[in-house]
Design a protein around this ligand. Sequence first.
Ligand code: ZN
Length: 109
Amino acid sequence: MSLENIIQKTSEWITGEYSWKLLCPICGLDYVHITALKCLRSTDETTITNKGIFVKQAQNDMRGVKITLQYRCENGHVGEITLQFHEGCVFLSHTVSPETKGLQDIWRD
Ligand SMILES: [Zn+2]
């Protein structure tokens, strides 16, 4: 699996507003949970988890902004999909995370 295949057309939402579904970049499973959202702008990193919203200082040697979506699929894979805005373009990358314990959905009713 690669980033070329991380979305799938779906008709599960009746309104059609959300017609694409995120797949696990590792195994392709469509049961993917969002466990954290990070935004790095300059050296300010904002992280949202189920525990709250946190801002800290972080290393950053890139211009632009980096938005990272941390996920956990129901097969146990954990990783981060990152969008890096740089010189007018948005670049995507994926890293596999060894951290698998204690990750909870950001929010779930
Ligand atoms: Zn997976």
